[in-house]
Design a protein. Structure first.
Length: 187
């Protein structure tokens, strides 16, 4: 995957400098990558679809990754989340110039969101995942999420409380795995 991403970054850099840079995976010499079809690299807007191609690459390469904890023992998963948090802190501090305290705060917020994404709580359509009540004509239940099989169905009035409960659960799980909460007490 690193070679693929490096080629994409090089192509994007070249495209910005020269309008005749390759804009299709086949022109980059990339073969056999799922999702790297010309539909992701239209002739006129390669940069607009770069994120979707990277997302496909990450999704294809995340088996055993903290975002996909299937087949990972609890100790290994905990270590992976701690390492991910520390790596994120370091990147934010040294590459982006944030103070250590600010880097820890931002990294923790990011890891909480990643944990919630990696541990979805899908629910049955037509029933609110938070209050458990059925949809009614005056109180619709709508899907939250980006993948239909992972939707959480919620009343609009329940979404804030549901998200708060999910966030609290994520923070508790990360703390139990030894991911350190920032000193400023944020969650």
């Amino acid at each position: 995957m690193n070679t693929y991403l490096a080629k994409l970054k090089a192509a994007e850099f070249a495209r910005k400098r020269h309008s005749d840079a390759p804009s299709k995976p086949s022109e980059l010499g990339i073969e056999g990558f799922e999702g790297a079809s010309s539909r992701h690299f239209p002739e006129k807007e390669p940069a607009a679809h770069l994120c979707s191609v990277i997302a496909v690459a990450v999704k294809n390469a995340t088996s055993g990754h903290p975002q996909n904890p299937r087949n990972v023992d609890p100790a290994a998963e905990a270590e992976a989340w701690r390492d991910r948090y520390e790596e994120r802190c370091g990147i934010l501090e040294f590459d982006h110039g944030l103070s250590r305290a600010r880097a820890e705060h931002v990294a923790f917020q990011n890891i909480v969101v990643e944990w919630m994404d990696a541990h979805p709580e899908p629910s049955q359509a037509g029933w609110c995942a938070h209050c458990g009540q059925a949809e009614a004509t005056t109180n619709l239940v709508v899907p939250f999420g980006v993948e239909p099989e992972r939707y959480a169905w919620l009343h609009l009035g329940c979404s804030r409380a549901w998200h708060g409960a999910r966030r609290t659960k994520a923070v508790a799980a990360l703390l139990a795995m030894g991911v350190i909460r920032p000193a400023d007490g944020s969650n």
